[in-house]
Ligand binder design. Structure first.
Ligand code: BES
Ligand code: MN
Ligand code: MN
Length: 456
């Protein structure tokens, strides 16, 4: 639509500058030292929603970081789109690997570099600017509600209560989320599934204090060695996961579904080159797309023990720790998997150590339909602005609230992501291409238009 194009062209630089301002706030949800930054960011989101045309926008306190809710109801009889996003970000460490400050956004080669550039400030902000476009040009075709939270990166634990307590407020015909990736700008795609997650922390204890590794080494089991052995035995020689009962509930795809999944454009050579690995790894009997899309995994996210500072210290540590997470697929339930992991991990422990297993957070997998009105509207919107029909894909990441929206609000989601897998999410030098940012802002209003038309 010409009016949208004109409005966006005229306001292009302001849209970007506003995003950059938000990227300067270190809203790291995992780190309590950033509590004030989180709040500042939430307030900014609220303000921006109001400026964009929301009738109301508020901060809602939760047991953790605030949720921002805003809305514009134009006509109760029209369909309602609930936009979900998150203004919190992952910790920026390791800082020394960034080429510029994680909270000092720079534009280089047509890309915005900053923590949160793509995940998810750059992506949810496209919705704020698309909403502004429609509202300022008087072309809104749906009611719009925004729920932008501050705890996605730590498991959305407190959002659950908010959703359960505000079912009416959040009532909608569809949840629209830009927090996933496309294959590439040449191959636009829509993710139709997310994996669940069970995040655990483990602690292995040997002697009751750190020991001199010469005086006692050889006579007392080293918890770091034992922990490594235990972790190593979570996979067998085929890279299947050994946890008893782990695969019991896994939904297996039909041959036709697997075939379709593997027809997605995927260049293994490029993939390896981009990641700097010579060979890929994974569960025997499955392709890379299947390993990341429809199969569950176990990953060590962090491991520490003993002395890791400068120089050398000869010590036999008393304790060893690891953070271990499992990506889950339908119908594995995170609570069941936590139990299975705990029992199995403890069973791996030899007598000379004790093991503690602590569940940290969990979320369920979700599959979104491709035969719904909302999916068709998203497909048509992308076709309009990319000139190509998007390919449905299965994503490997998790957004815990998607399954919950379905359970509590009985509303499905469309994963309308414009990121790329190599945008360095959760990693140093996170980036978001300006092209993707503007393309998203251009495409989103078409979703609203087509969704209203198709629902009518
Ligand atoms: N935006 C990601 C999830 C994502 C990324 C999905 C790329 C698909 C493609 C989200 O912010 C995220 O990182 N989620 C966490 C969830 C966890 C902390 C509960 C994840 O997947 O690790
Ligand atoms: Mn995200
Ligand atoms: Mn993330």
């Amino acid at each position: 639509m010409q009016v949208w194009k004109e409005f966006q062209e005229k306001n292009k630089d302001r849209f970007l500058n506003e995003l950059l301002e938000m990227l300067r706030i270190p809203s790291v949800s995992a780190d309590c030292r950033h509590k004030e930054d989180i709040k500042k960011c939430a307030q900014m989101v609220k303000q921006r929603l109001l400026e964009a045309g929301a009738d109301k926008a508020d901060l809602h306190e939760t047991g953790g970081h605030p949720v921002v809710y805003g809305e514009k109801i134009i006509d109760k009889k029209l369909p309602t789109v609930l936009v979900y996003g998150h203004y919190d970000v992952q910790p920026p460490d390791p800082l020394e690997l960034w080429h510029s400050g994680p909270f000092d956004p720079v534009i280089k080669d047509g890309r915005i570099y900053a923590r949160g550039a793509c995940d998810d400030k750059g992506q949810f902000y496209m919705h704020v600017k698309a909403f502004e476009t429609m509202s300022k040009t008087h072309t809104l075709s749906c009611n719009v509600k925004f729920i932008i939270e501050g705890e996605e990166e730590v498991g959305s634990e407190n959002l659950e209560a908010f959703v359960r307590e505000n079912k009416d407020l959040l009532k909608a015909d569809i949840v629209l989320i830009s927090d996933t990736s496309m294959i590439s700008m040449e191959h636009p795609s829509i993710e139709t599934g997310l994996r669940g997650l069970a995040y655990m922390e483990v602690e292995v204890t040997g002697p009751d204090r750190d020991l001199h590794s010469g005086v006692y080494g050889g006579a007392v089991a080293n918890p770091a060695t034992i922990l490594c052995k235990m972790i190593a035995s979570l996979h067998d020689e085929n890279n299947h996961i050994t946890i008893s009962g782990f695969y019991d509930k896994v939904v297996n795809l039909s041959d036709a579904e697997r075939k379709a999944l593997n027809e997605v454009p995927f260049d293994e050579k490029e993939y390896k080159k981009d990641l700097g690995v010579k060979t890929l790894w994974g569960e025997k009997g499955y392709t890379t797309l299947e390993r990341t899309g429809i199969r569950p995994t176990v990953e060590v996210n962090g491991i520490w023990s003993g002395y890791t500072g400068e120089g050398a210290k000869t010590v036999l540590p008393a304790k060893a720790h690891a953070k271990i997470s499992m990506r889950l697929v339908p119908d594995q339930k995170s609570a069941d998997i936590e139990k299975l992991f705990t029992e199995y991990f403890k069973s791996l422990a030899p007598d000379y150590v004790t093991v503690k297993v602590i569940p940290v957070h969990g979320g369920e997998a979700a599959v979104t339909p491709t035969d719904s009105v909302a999916y068709k509207a998203a497909e048509k919107a992308i076709e309009t602005t990319f000139g190509k029909k998007p390919i449905p894909t299965r994503g490997g990441g998790s957004i815990p609230i998607v399954a919950l929206f379905e359970e509590v609000l009985n509303v499905k989601s469309v994963l309308f992501g414009f990121g790329l897998d190599n945008d360095n999410l959760h990693s140093p030098n996170e980036k978001y291409d300006l092209f993707n940012f503007y393309k998203g802002i251009e495409t989103i209003p078409y979703f609203h238009k087509y969704f209203a038309e198709m629902k009518a």
